[in-house]
Design a protein around this ligand. Sequence first.
Ligand code: SF4
Length: 178
Amino acid sequence: MLQQTQVARVVEYYPRFLARFPTLERLARARPGRVREAWDGLGYYRRAANLQQLARTVVTDRGGKIPHDLVELRELPGIGRYTAGAVASFAYEQVTPCVDTNVARVIRRAFHPRLGLTAKDHERLWATATTLLPRSGKAAWAFNQAIMELGAIVCTARVAKCRECPVREECRTGRRRE
Ligand code: SF4
């Protein structure tokens, strides 16, 4: 649900969806029309179809358990690099980065203010995110949560609130604004 959609919008849908489809088995068995109906208003409806397809694949081929391995996660419908990282880190406490739009913006401003928007530049952001990660799963989990929040609340797309930023001293953009 959080692919392309902000948390504030998802919180309305998430508990309702879970109440209707509390397990992967129930989601896998549901009529596609019912899944689409539960998603109604959230947009990007392809996600609902992917999610149900994912549930079916996991139930049928993987004994009902979502894998924790990044490669296996990315074989599932609708799971790209970011989502695989988010599931591996937040659900399984794997030491792996998850670079969404917010995280990419923070890393860019803090370490690579001159980077462009090419695929190679994006790779660089992932590489830096990997370097920054703590080595324990729990700490990596906290780090990924924290940097996402920083991008959502302080270092936003609209404005970088450098004066109130906790990492200002370490940030190339923030230091220039002193
Ligand atoms: S100091 Fe400014 S630019 Fe750097 S991470 Fe914080 S808010 Fe963003």
